[in-house]
Ligand binder design. Sequence first.
Ligand code: HEC
Length: 191
Amino acid sequence: MNPPRAAFPAIAIAIAATCVLSLAACNANLSEPITATAPAPMKPAMASDADLLARGEYLVRITGCNDCHTAGYTEKAGDVPTSDWLLGSPLGYSGPWGTTYAANLRLRFAEMDEAEWMTWSATLRTRPIMPDFALRAMHDDDRRAIYRFIRSLGPAGSKAPEYLPPGSAPPPPFLQLVLPPAARAGAASGG
Ligand code: HEC
């Protein structure tokens, strides 16, 4: 004996009966709430153009591209307008590999289309001190986002100084990495 349970079937039957009696009213009521409460459409798997641009800016900001490819960025603790980002740097990175300079990515990206970048960056090998391994480890969408953002900045500035082979003394400014002898051979062959 459980009076509350017994009451449910009675209520259900009453509701069903109401619907059967006024079928038109039930249909009308059904169609509206269902559309109104339907779940939002699923986000498309491909990020939108706006998403990619915002993500590209975020990635360039947090993954260190500016630290090397934007002159003065570290000294100003990142307080550099995006219009001045990634114009390359005259600061040399000197070590057993010679002296390398962080390229002007605004000019470099203007030379290639997105498909070229996606192929190139997936297997990019540079000399030190560029963390090419970090780019290679990125998801496709992240590398695509970086491309979209850098292209949106447009070409500007001039090329960074040319690479100097080992044995040529770089003019200042440069950072010198002095390794113990055992580590020199590996570093000389690059990343
Ligand atoms: C620690 C400093 C440093 C950081 C961080 C860094 N780069 Fe570099 N990057 C360099 C240097 C130096 C070179 C030049 C290497 C050479 O001469 O082979 C370079 C080269 C490159 C090149 C090749 C340019 C060319 O024309 O061959 C690309 C592309 C590039 N960097 C993109 C990026 C991106 C994108 C990021 C951020 C995810 C980044 N770099 C972060 C220092 C850095």
